[in-house]
Design a protein around this ligand. Structure first.
Ligand SMILES: [Zn+2]
Length: 354
């Protein structure tokens, strides 16, 4: 049993990226409604939290970008890139989204809660230091990692990114440092074009970026195997102080932007693996934040599955089936290793004992 902080706020529904845009407020609305209906019990808490200040956002972003996004406040609409439109309260929502992660990290570090799930919009992992892109204004997870290093005395942080898309912004923020290990699974080649196997970090950061580019069609068993055979051994050696997860539900089977086949059970499974890892190497400290996910069933069921796995509170009624799936995963390593996994492990061997 764990105490899980859940971050939600109606301001996240106020960011309007444009008519019929896939990154719509409905994505969170369905999750919030499901939470309202669920019997959430005492393990879940819903903390109040403040927006991240420009100074905190500035730990990861240039003053020029912060100024540019701030200028959009109050404007009916503005374009930051071809896919990234704003509405009058987008800047406020973006600051509050980053603030949710900061608050969550602090409550976890203070042992007020064990872990956290930030159900925020706009998403963040494509935002570069000086550029908003790909539906992302500020890079929430990168700001949180910078805050952990600069203000919370952490020495090393692991970021796990299972969104369908590669988190170019996050990778670039920490490309030259060994203080953040960035691990990403993503459909490839696909938007935004980065995330090849051979992007491994540079200088002191060489070996601390770990990409596992994937062909479409990967499901629960495949992600389970990648996590067990690639992520877990590397993370055990890295021994971070904290684990942050960029959680995209766009790897859900039926997502309009992707070709993966992960089910709600798969999201619970991945969350379980990362939580177990956190228990083993960093006193259970784990914060998961929402990135993409454009199928509303995937958003709702995936979120409930993640929360069930984080808290132990049974929020997703379908999850008993998950136990059976897990058993069927026991023999997974007897199957032939897929070529993408073999290649990623071979490359990781240059830096880690595998
Ligand atoms: Zn995505």
């Amino acid at each position: 049993m764990r105490r899980t902080a859940v971050y939600r706020h109606d301001l996240f529904l106020e960011h309007q990226p444009g008519f019929e845009h896939v990154e719509s407020p409905d994505r969170l609305q369905v999750v919030y409604e499901a939470l309202d209906k669920a019997d959430t019990g005492p393990r879940l808490s819903f903390p109040t939290f403040a927006a991240a200040t420009p100074e905190i956002i500035g730990l990861n972003h240039s003053p020029a970008l912060i100024k540019r996004v701030a200028e959009t406040a109050g404007r009916r609409h503005d374009y930051l890139d071809a896919d990234t439109q704003t509405s009058p309260r987008s800047y406020e929502a973006a600051c509050l989204a980053a603030g949710a992660l900061i608050d969550g990290m602090q409550r976890i570090a203070a042992k007020e809660v064990d872990n956290a799930f930030c159900l925020v919009r706009p998403p963040g992992h494509h935002a570069e230091r000086s550029r908003a892109m790909g539906f992302c204004l500020f890079n929430n997870v990168a700001i949180a990692a910078q805050f952990g290093l600069a203000r919370m005395g952490m020495k090393q942080i692991l970021i796990v990114d299972w969104d369908l898309h590669h988190g170019n912004g996050t990778q670039h923020s920490f490309y030259g440092t060994d203080q953040v290990l960035y691990f990403s699974t993503h459909q490839y080649p696909h938007y935004p074009g980065t995330g090849s196997l051979f992007e491994i970090g540079e200088g002191k950061g060489e070996g601390f970026t770990l990409n596992c580019p994937l062909p479409g069609g990967q499901g629960d068993r495949d992600f389970h195997r990648i996590f067990q055979e690639l992520l877990v051994p590397v993370a055990r050696q890295y021994r971070p102080d904290f684990i942050l997860v960029s959680c995209g539900f766009d790897i859900y089977g039926g997502d309009p932007l992707g070709a993966m086949r992960v089910s709600a059970e798969g999201f619970a499974d991945m969350t379980g693996i990362v939580q177990e890892l956190a228990d083993e190497i960093c006193q259970g400290r784990l914060l998961i934040t929402l990135e993409g996910g454009y199928n509303l069933h995937g958003m709702r069921d995936g979120s409930l599955a993640v929360l069930t796995a984080l808290s132990g509170e049974q929020l997703a009624p379908d999850l008993p089936a998950f136990q059976q799936n897990l058993q069927s995963k026991e023999n997974i390593s007897a199957d032939e290793q897929p070529i993408y996994l073999r290649q990623a492990i071979d490359l990781a061997k240059s830096y880690w004992k595998m």
